[in-house]
Design a protein around this ligand. Structure first.
Ligand code: IVH
Length: 697
């Protein structure tokens, strides 16, 4: 076939010129249309983001959103569009970025604190004395407990996001900020100032925090202390794709600039709400101190129903003019004060510190306390998290300590009453050897936790790995659980995962409380596990940081255990979703002879160590990150086949309905309770045909 230029050389020159012009014109038209389409899609997706993340009112399904996003991504790539404020930039990137320090245009000061009504009254008296009138309003706001951020907008677009830093200079974290879906990248309407700064708090919702901790617990990793530290840590992560996955949220509460639309702070916030920012609905104008106190009283209890952590109320003078009159002290504005909620705190005795070793060998110190009642529950233990926390508290055994329910989640020791310390008390020093196997503990550079490195010889680590291996999402072996593993271990029947496959019926039947039926069930379960697909076997091996998703990704890309084993760190990080931490852990795992031996043994037992031909054929990403439930009976495919289709196309077949479920493939005879639940949660129901059509698109 001729290409365009060969074609043209066959045509007389005059005509050729016309053709070129026509062609140029056509190309320009097409380019223009594509650019219009890009703009249109950007606006449409930004609007959906706004509705979902700011107004909490979803309008289209996640699937449709993803499809449009993919279309936009494709068009932007084809036409070389690199718009940092396009909705396509919200997913972040795997490229690690170092943060540049930026000087704040206006220093980021903090607030002075008040702990009771009297201190608020003093604040009010001070203000009235300076401005010589009592004819003014206050604004009361929630004090969000996260990490403060300064956002700069120019001509309606986000140009910079900077952390507080030392108040004068902060880190430029714009790439990470762009992944926070409730922060507008382009503003709505047209009455915003050309250049302004808006400040607020980046927070991690409790659900996101709890889910993260649940995952860490499952993986035997040390838990995170509270949503505040976690949001601050997330904001400073170098991999913005991970930031995107963490679902941070942002509430804005302070606008600065030379040409703001209104004099009133609350009126400006109302404008900012119209421009697309998330402004808390709790924000309220108060005419006098009585209204301020009523606001505090209401939110002291109501705050427990909020999705994010708050630690007080901020009271501000509403008029900007008056704020300018009042000015600042060296540390904080005179026109605002923070009233701090009282965390319920109780004194008790620190009886001892014990150390727990998790599946990955992480050692967590736990304080054993004289039991006390706090916020309605009896507290006997408090996590001390790591050696730094013990050192910062300067803890001694038998100390009288203050215990609080920090961030309402895990009880924590906040202070020590040194006046009650006897000269004979001994300081707590972190153990140097593993309490379970005696191996010397290690602490990797940059990590807070101590680890027991004896991963293949330390009982809780071995038992933890065995439990993980048989668990539902890994080998799913019927009949073996925590108690059976304890029994096998103590009786010397199984000391690692390969030993499971050597168990005989006679051995099993000899065990206490093990009837013939249970023994047979275990043997059948082990036999059936030989058919479990490779990705679950890989997950079951318990390689640090290789969770379900990472295992799936590795198998999808590399197909066999031999291929995975041969990868270098550099090769692994080339794979989407595989970061440096994961890559290093994988390479380290395969560098150990015991692990290669383990694989060899399991291979000999007939376990799957390669992707099946069936799986390999026709794999796509069409259903990537979608949770789909199958319910009822179908005409064209069995439920098992549908499950395979979902997984082959990158989706996840879930067993129960939750807010996270994206679709239900609905067949005949769905149970009434399931129907009620999908309707209540607004999960879209699609027929088998609609589902299959979705894959053709
Ligand atoms: S106004 C000049 N309003 O609390 C200070 N701050 O202790 C302007 N914070 O650094 C801050 N919620 O990170 C303000 N509604 C709110 C707030 C709030 C949380 C944080 C902010 C600030 C710290 C001060």
């Amino acid at each position: 076939m001729l290409n365009l230029f060969q074609h043209l050389s066959e045509i007389p020159k005059r005509v050729r010129n016309d053709v070129i012009k026509l062609d140029d014109y056509q190309m320009k038209q097409e380019e223009k249309e594509a650019l219009n389409k890009i703009k249109e899609l950007q606006q449409e997706l930004a609007e959906h983001n706004y509705k979902y993340y700011v107004l909490a009112a979803q309008e289209i399904s996640d699937f449709d959103f993803d499809m449009k996003l993919k279309e936009l991504e494709k068009l932007e790539k084809e036409h070389g569009i690199n718009d940092p404020n396009s909705p396509t930039q919200r997913v972040g990137s795997d490229l690690s970025s170092d943060f540049v320090q930026v000087e704040h245009k206006y220093s980021m000061l903090s607030l002075s604190n008040a702990y009771n009504e009297e201190e608020i009254q003093d604040f009010d008296t001070r203000i009235k004395k300076i401005i010589e009138t009592d004819d003014f309003d206050y604004v009361c706001e929630l004090k969000f407990d996260g990490s403060s951020i300064s956002l700069t907008y120019e001509n309606g677009e986000l140009v910079r996001g900077v952390t507080r830093g030392d108040g004068v200079k902060g880190d430029d974290v714009t790439t990470n900020v762009r992944t926070i879906k409730s922060i507008p990248l382009k503003l709505r309407g047209n009455d915003y100032p050309n250049n302004f700064e808006i400040r607020g708090e980046i927070v991690m919702p409790f659900v996101v925090f709890n889910n993260l901790n649940a995952e860490l617990e499952k993986a035997g990793e040390p838990l995170l202390a509270n949503p505040r530290n976690t949001s601050a840590g997330t904001l400073k992560m170098k991999n913005s794709a991970v930031v995107a996955s963490r679902n941070l949220d942002a509430y804005l509460y302070y606008i600065l600039g030379s040409s703001l639309p209104e004099d009133g702070h609350v009126q400006n916030l109302n404008k900012a709400r119209e421009w697309g920012f998330k402004i808390s609905d709790a924000t309220q104008l108060c005419k006098n101190l009585d209204e301020v106190f009523a606001f505090i009283k209401k939110w002291d209890t109501e705050r427990h129903n909020l999705p994010v952590a708050t630690d007080g109320i901020v009271i501000k003078v509403n008029s900007k003019n008056l704020q300018d009159n009042l000015g600042f002290t060296a540390k904080s504005p005179r026109w605002a004060i923070a009233y701090k909620f009282k965390a319920e705190s109780v004194s008790t005795l620190l009886k001892s510190v014990s150390y727990q070793v998790g599946r990955t060998g992480a050692v967590t110190p736990v304080a054993n306390l004289e039991p006390v009642q706090i916020a309605g529950t009896v507290v006997k233990r408090a996590s001390l998290h790591n050696a730094d926390i013990i050192q910062n508290l300067d803890l001694y055994l038998e100390d009288t300590v203050k215990v609080e329910k920090g961030g309402e989640i895990i009880p924590k020791i906040t202070a020590v009453d040194v006046s009650k310390r006897h000269p004979m008390f001994q300081p707590i020093t972190f153990i140097e050897n593993c309490p379970e196997c005696g191996t010397e503990l290690i602490r990797k550079e940059g990590e807070a936790a101590h680890y027991c490195p004896n991963e293949d010889g330390c009982p809780p680590q071995i038992k933890g790995k065995m439990e993980h291996f048989v668990s539902r999402k890994a080998m799913d072996i019927d009949g073996i659980g925590q108690e059976t593993i304890e029994l096998f271990f103590n009786e010397g029947l199984a000391k690692d995962t390969t030993d499971f496959y050597q168990l005989t019926k006679e051995q099993l039947e000899k065990l206490e409380r093990m009837a013939e039926k249970s023994a047979q069930r275990i043997l059948d379960g082990l036999e059936a596990s030989k058919k479990v697909p490779f990705e679950r076997v890989l997950f079951g091996l318990g390689i640090r940081f290789v969770g379900e998703t990472v295992a799936k990704t590795l198998v999808k890309k590399l197909h066999t255990i031999e291929n995975i084993q041969q990868q270098t760190v550099e090769q692994l990080i080339e794979i989407d979703e595989i970061g440096g931490r994961i890559a290093e852990s994988v390479v380290e795992w395969f560098s150990k002879d015991e692990h290669l031996e383990l694989i060899k043994n399991l291979q000999e037992q007939g376990l799957q160590f390669a992707i099946s031909d069936d799986q390999l054929e026709g794999q796509t990403d069409k259903l990537a990150s979608l949770n789909i439930i199958i319910s009822g009976t179908f005409e064209k495919h069995s439920r098992d086949e549908l499950k395979k289709i979902i997984e082959k196309n990158g989706g996840k077949n879930v067993g129960s309905i939750s807010k996270k479920t994206n679709y239900m493939i609905a067949g005949k005879n769905i149970g009434p309770s399931k129907l009620e639940k999908v309707t209540k949660l607004g999960v879209p129901m699609i027929s088998e045909d609609e589902f299959l059509r979705m894959l053709e698109e």
